[in-house]
Design a protein. Structure first.
Length: 206
């Protein structure tokens, strides 16, 4: 199917907007738009309003930087969580993946990415200063590095180790039940859960 001659500019614009999303090609975008056209106006309006509301009203937790409906997320506000244990993750998908294992009862810290010079992402682009502030305050007893087992993830782990090893805190990492090169969010729940339970002390590779 060729997408060079749209019968409507409105259709073309809508396809272009969907195609601007990561992982969505123009053919997939076209199918999504055509699916929306088959729905009644109330459904399409509800769809559009949910996206606008998401963008305008979403919060990032003041404590862990996770996405939330309120200024402090439901995990950080849960008095039954272990405040002395922080699991450091790359993004919200990783929080969701670990929560689904039901094996971790501490708190999280979402970095918002990992160090990747090739992508122009350095330590100053991540939520590392606020992590160090938490450790410095003395409440935290263990920090678990739960980043993807990629070169970028390992680089970030090592950088965090250098920043935090001067404090009286245990630094650990997931057991290597997670295969080298795996993205955390795609790891099955049983493997990820075991990797959390069997976590090991993090030691400098140098």
């Amino acid at each position: 199917m060729s997408f060079t001659g749209y019968p409507s500019k409105l259709l073309e614009n809508a396809v272009s907007e969907f195609a601007s999303l990561p992982g969505i090609g123009r053919k997939t975008a076209f199918r999504l738009v055509m699916s929306l056209l088959k729905r009644d106006s109330a459904e399409v309006r509800k769809f559009g309003e949910s996206l606008i509301k998401l963008h305008e009203e979403i919060h990032y937790c003041k404590i862990c930087h996770n996405i939330s409906d309120t200024e402090i997320c439901n995990i950080c506000s849960d008095k039954n969580r272990d405040m002395s244990m922080i699991c450091v993750v790359e993004n919200i998908q990783d929080v969701m993946a670990i929560e689904n294992t039901r094996q971790f009862k501490g708190l999280y810290h979402v970095l918002g990415g990992i160090i990747s010079p090739i992508d122009g992402v350095g330590p100053s682009d991540l939520k590392i200063d606020s992590l160090e502030d938490k450790v410095r305050n003395g409440v935290v007893r263990e920090v678990i590095f739960a980043l993807s087992t990629t070169m970028e993830g390992d680089t970030t782990n090592y950088y965090l180790y250098k920043r935090l090893s001067k404090y009286d805190v245990r630094l650990s990492t997931l057991a290597r039940g997670v295969a080298i090169g795996d993205e955390l969010e795609y790891t099955d729940e049983i493997t990820l859960g075991r990797s959390i339970i069997n976590r090991t002390p993090f030691t400098s590779p140098v």
